[in-house]
Design a protein. Structure first.
Lengths: 246, 110
C-alpha cells in the first residue's frame, strides 16, 4: 500500500508491502515528518532552527534533537574535509542537508519497531528501502536524468540501503566549495549515493556534490558506499562496487 | 527541507486543505537552468501524483567526452525503460518545483 503527502515542501511517499496495512501506521510516519518540519524547517518562523538563527533560542536551551543533529553535522563536516558545512555565507545555520536523511532513517526505524520489514520511504527523492517489493525482489530505484525530468538513466536494486541524490537543479547555488566560497560547484549535474541507510547516503551526497569531479573518488574511498555521478556533459562515473546493485 | 537563502520568500504550500478532484496545472517557474512546471492530480480529495510538464533540458546527454577518471568506470547516460519502484533525483526539492506545485494546489482548494 502506498500513500503520498507533501511535507517539508516535498513529496513524501511511503510504500509498505501488504494488503492489510493499517492506516494508523501511515499517519504515524507522516506525523513524525511533520514534527521534524516543525523543529527544523528554515522556512517556518516558529521552528526551533529559525529561532536559533534569530538568536531567540540560546545554546543552553537547544532541544535534544537539535543538539544531536548539530553534533552529527559537525562529525560530517570533519569526515568530508569541510565540504559539508551548515553555516551559510550569511552566517545562518541550515542543517537541511543532513536532517532529511536522518529523519527518513528514524522513520524507517519506527516502521521496524512496529514489525514492518518490507517498505520504502521517499522524501524529496532521498530513499530508504528495506526488505523486498511486492514481487519479492529488491526495490528498484531509478536514477533520474538531471537534464530530463522524465527520464531514468540507471536502475539500482537495493534491499536495506539508502539512496540519495544531490544535484544542481535543486541546490546548486547553495552548495559551496569551501575553497571557493563564491563559486557554485557546477561541473557535476548530479551525484547519487547508495549507503547503509538514508541518513548515511544523504549526509555524504551534499559534500560529494560540492567536491565536483572529485566527489566520486571521495565515495569510492568510503567503505559501504557506492556512487553514480553525472557530469554536465552527460557522462556518468561510477564507483567500482556499484555492480552489486545493477 | 529545500535549501533556500533566507532572502528568498518561502512559497506557501496549502498542504492540509481540502481539494477538488481533478488535474491542475501550476505556473511555469523560472529556475537556474530554465522553467519548471508541474501538474497536480487530485483523486479522492487527496494529492495522488505530481507530473512534470516542463523541465530544464540543458546539456547534451549523447555527447561523449574524453575525460574520465582512469580507475572508475564511465558511460554516457542513456534513457532506461525498466519498471521501477521509486525515483531518486535532485529536482523535487527545488524552490521552482515547490512554487509551481503550490500554485497548482491553490487552484484545487475547495
Amino acid at each position: 500500500m502506498k500513500e503520498f503527502r507533501i511535507i517539508m515542501g516535498m513529496p513524501v511517499t511511503l510504500d509498505i508491502v501488504g494488503s492489510d496495512v493499517p492506516e494508523s501506521i501511515f499517519e504515524k510516519v507522516f506525523l513524525y515528518f511533520r514534527s521534524i518540519e516543525e523543529r527544523f524547517s528554515v522556512y517556518k518562523e516558529t521552528s526551533e532552527i529559525t529561532k536559533i538563527n534569530h538568536g531567540i533560542i540560546k545554546e543552553k536551551d537547544y532541544s535534544e534533537d537539535m543538539r544531536k543533529v548539530f553534533a552529527l553535522c559537525e562529525e560530517t563536516k570533519n569526515l568530508s574535509d569541510g565540504y559539508f558545512d551548515i553555516r551559510s555565507p550569511g552566517g545562518f545555520l541550515d542543517p537541511s542537508g543532513l536532517v532529511k536523511g536522518w529523519a527518513i532513517y528514524n522513520a524507517a526505524e519506527i516502521l521496524k519497531a512496529d514489525g514492518f520489514e518490507n517498505f520504502y520511504i521517499n522524501v524529496g527523492s532521498d530513499i530508504e528501502a528495506r526488505g523486498t517489493n511486492t514481487d519479492g525482489e529488491p526495490w528498484k530505484i531509478g536514477i533520474r536524468n538531471p537534464f530530463n525530468e522524465k527520464e531514468i538513466v540507471k536502475v539500482v536494486n537495493v534491499n536495506g540501503r539508502g539512496v540519495a541524490t544531490s544535484g544542481n537543479q535543486a541546490r546548486g547555488k547553495h552548495i559551496y566549495d569551501p575553497s571557493q566560497k563564491n563559486a557554485p560547484a557546477d561541473e557535476i549535474a548530479s551525484i547519487t549515493i547508495i549507503g547503509p541507510n538514508a541518513y548515511e547516503a544523504d549526509r555524504f551526497a551534499t559534500p560529494a556534490f560540492a567536491m565536483g569531479k572529485k566527489g566520486i573518488d571521495f565515495i569510492e574511498g568510503l567503505k559501504g558506499f557506492e556512487g553514480y555521478s553525472i557530469d554536465k556533459n552527460g557522462i556518468a562515473m561510477m564507483t567500482s562496487g556499484i555492480e552489486q546493485y545493477l | 527541507m529545500p535549501m533556500m537563502t533566507p532572502a528568498q520568500n518561502a512559497p506557501s504550500m496549502p498542504m492540509m486543505g481540502k481539494y477538488k478532484n481533478g488535474t491542475y496545472t501550476g505556473n511555469a517557474v523560472a529556475q537556474y537552468y530554465g522553467d519548471v512546471q508541474v501538474q497536480a492530480v487530485i483523486s479522492g480529495g487527496k494529492l495522488v501524483d505530481v507530473l512534470f510538464l516542463q523541465y530544464p533540458n540543458h546539456g547534451n546527454s549523447s555527447e561523449v567526452n574524453a575525460y574520465a577518471l582512469p580507475i572508475l568506470r564511465s558511460e554516457a547516460i542513456t534513457a532506461q525503460s525498466a519498471n521501477i519502484d521509486a525515483v531518486s533525483g535532485a529536482s523535487e526539492t527545488s524552490p521552482a518545483f515547490i512554487a509551481s506545485l503550490s500554485s497548482a494546489l491553490k487552484q484545487a482548494l475547495i
